[in-house]
Write a protein that binds this ligand. Sequence first.
Ligand code: G1P
Length: 289
Amino acid sequence: MPKPVKKVVIPVAGLGTRVLPATKSIPKELLPVVDRPLIDYVVSEARDAGIEHVILVTGRGKSAIEDYFDHAFELEATLKAKGKNDILANVEKTIPRAGDLSYTRQQAPLGLGHAVWCARAIIGDEPFAVSLPDEIVPHRPGFLRQMVDAYENVGGNLVAVEEVPQKDTSKYGVIAPKARKENLIEMTGMVEKPKPEDAPSNFRIIGRYILQPDIFPLLETQEKGAGGEIQLTDSMNKLNARQTFHACICEGVIHDCGSKLGWLQANADLGIKNDEFGAALADYIRARL
Ligand code: G1P
């Protein structure tokens, strides 16, 4: 049995440029999908995968995320005084147990690889997960749960993947497959944002990873890659020369809320599934079409 995955790194320092101006003065991780911010979905998916400790890699202008995971005394006292106990219970559910959440700050936007490296001291010498907060998986079991289950069998490192049209490979990290067994593909490597003609496959990396701590020394010495950024993909590729990497084709839908269309689709999808007003929303959308 490989060492268990107990910690997740969630980089939240990004500027949210794809959804401006909505993210001009609020962190994109706090954009709501129905009634909860994106970050809440990602943390809850990690908890359901057995993760005990969440590490948020924050940046300037992101302190509202820390407030979201803390008590809001005035709000809670007012809800209590007015007897709004259901709402209060929902608000209190957002607060993790003290000490289960850590913050570290990425002082400059140098890339995803650099953001993950910023968490090295909190991770220490154990395997860990990385979840990118733009992408949310509302159903259960979530992608991270499915990956942790696969990891318990194969160990090493894992990334989640999905097939995309070949023309879209330049938007993502793309894997080079070796052998496929059901929903797991053993990999020989990966490339960040390849041109369609250079892409080794059309399986793109989704923002869910399980990594061994041996990635940190590689990230530390790494040069800039695609887009002039320190890429996680480049160090994973180097690690793949020494350790196994599997790509996991997870079951279910993932919504990319880092784009305006993806965020609207997530709201429509989860909105029509909502117990309280889903049927009314579906009627409304049908009538508008
Ligand atoms: C990052 C990764 C990329 C991955 C993508 C998934 O890219 O570098 O490999 O496919 O997330 O969302 P970014 O979206 O930060 O450019």
